[in-house]
Design a protein around this ligand. Sequence first.
Ligand code: ZN
Length: 185
Amino acid sequence: METITIVQAGHPVLREAARPLTRDELVHPDTQRLVERMRDTMRAAPGVGLAAPQIGVGLQLIVVEDSDERMAALSAEERARRDRHPVPLYALANPVLTVEDPTPLVFFEGCLSVSGWVAEVARARAVRVDGLGLDGNPVTIRATGWHARILQHECDHLAGVLCVDRMNPRTLSTPDNLAKYGRVG
Ligand code: ZN
């Protein structure tokens, strides 16, 4: 397993628009290796999504994976409220996100590049993402609930947007304080 340091807020790469990959770049072994390192870095963090700019690479590339293990701290009721279910690992290049149901769902959200903080962020309930798989073929992902939240968060990274741009700032908390005091603000 080869992990890469995740860059933190304040690094310019997190505020730049990432560029799309060409088909030749996408199927190149270097890109396959990059995606493997992104996967390993996401799993080690641990996180449920990672965008290439978070490891200092300004390319439109994301990996997503959610599992029972990563939502172990949530009760069945909390999972149901978040519409959160396991999502098998996938990688996507050049994703274009379309909101299919703008109904805002508000939950606390964190980011591996804003380490140590969480805040409430409203996200659309359902999205469609059109992109390219690692074989260069078109892929369409339809997602609701937490999976839709992950996709909105990761696609934001590719546009130089961080969750802090969308959060309710009065709810900003450390994860420990959120667990101890609940929502404050
Ligand atoms: Zn993030």
